[in-house]
Ligand binder design. Structure first.
Ligand SMILES: Nc1ncnc2c1ncn2[C@@H]1O[C@H](COP(=O)(O)OP(=O)(O)OP(=O)(O)O)[C@@H](O)[C@H]1O
Ligand SMILES: CC(C)(CO)[C@@H](O)C(=O)[O-]
Ligand code: BAL
Length: 283
């Protein structure tokens, strides 16, 4: 496995791969890799000749009071996970190579970025779409893989790729969970032992709402009541948002159907966790 640290080095590598007629998959990450990332990598490897994983804690998607500095970083650990998941190249650029002096170009997706994480993290999605557009231009993959844990992010990136005629397939991958249901996340590393137990309220709330839906309940206010009650039982949990939205448009709705998304962002102590499910889909 190679590690490439420069934009020009990565572009040269990808140009050569493409010239030789081979295909490239890209898994963009912010590192501190776990089995959720590995599942994207294994699928990426299956789909292409060469698998590139980027590791870049992107400063432009963090707000001024967010955890950019604290975000866990461990390239040695990431290297091992990447090797065993079949990664051929880790692309780990510096911030100054990605955003050199004088940088002034940003990509913005409009409506889809307004609710949910877009509302609670102003500027976040502009940072995400900008860096993902840059990564796609640099790595030039045929397919790029993203997790459905960041459901809105996936929708926003799909929209950007379609709207800007990007010649790449955007693939969404299922959420990988710990045995007890907690969605895997690099930020789970922030949780203390009691918080780790409290964090289960997200998946518990989603499971309970899905069970109600399977038993015929279609009223969003009633489903919402259940979600709020379960999270409310945990004193250390503070809801950032709990929302029922159409899984395509992300618009609000009063009556649930199989495409309905339940999206949660909940603070457990200082750690903000997200999770979601689509009511008609198996997890
Ligand atoms: N549990 C998971 N299952 C599937 N995909 C995941 C999971 N966690 C993260 N991903 C995906 O991995 C990619 C990189 O995500 P990122 O590096 O931000 O990891 P993360 O664990 O989500 O970190 P964070 O703690 O910042 O949310 C994204 O496409 C994300 O959706
Ligand atoms: C897609 C991404 C790597 C862009 O920085 C990030 O938002 C993430 O890890 O989900
Ligand atoms: N997983 C999305 C990256 C972020 O929270 O900034």
């Amino acid at each position: 496995m190679r590690i490439i640290n420069t934009v020009s080095g990565m572009q040269a590598f990808s140009r050569d791969v493409r010239k030789s007629g081979k295909t490239i998959s890209l898994v963009p990450t912010m590192g501190y890799l776990h089995e959720g990332h590995a599942s994207l990598m294994v699928e990426g490897k299956r789909r292409s000749d060469i698998l590139v994983a980027s590791i870049f804690v992107n400063p432009t998607q963090f707000g001024p009071t967010e955890d950019f500095n604290a975000y866990p970083r461990d390239l040695e650990r990431d290297r091992k996970v990447a090797v065993s998941a079949g990664v051929d190249v880790i692309f780990a650029p510096t911030a100054s190579d990605m955003y050199p002096h004088g940088y002034q170009t940003y990509v913005n997706v409009e409506q889809l970025t307004l609710p949910l994480c877009g509302a609670s993290r102003p500027g976040h999605f502009q940072g995400v779409t900008t860096v993902v557009a840059k990564l796609l231009n640099i790595v030039m993959p045929h397919v790029a893989l993203f997790g459905k844990k960041d459901f809105q992010q996936l929708a926003v990136i799909r929209r950007m790729a379609a709207d800007l005629n990007m010649d790449v397939e955007i693939l969404g991958m299922p959420i990988v969970r710990e045995a007890d249901g907690l969605a895997m996340s690099s930020r789970n590393a922030y949780l203390g032992p009691e918080e780790r137990k409290d964090a289960l309220c997200l998946s518990r709330a989603l499971d309970a709402a899905r069970a109600m839906y399977r038993n015929g309940e279609r009223s969003v206010p009633l489903l919402m009541e259940k979600v709020l009650r379960i999270i409310g039982e945990v004193p250390g949990a503070v809801i950032d948002y709990a929302d029922f939205r159409d899984g395509e448009t992300l618009e609000t709705l009063e009556t649930a159907n199989g495409q309905t998304l339940i999206a949660l962002a909940v603070k457990i102590g200082k750690t903000r966790l997200i999770d979601n499910c689509v009511l008609g889909e198996e997890q």
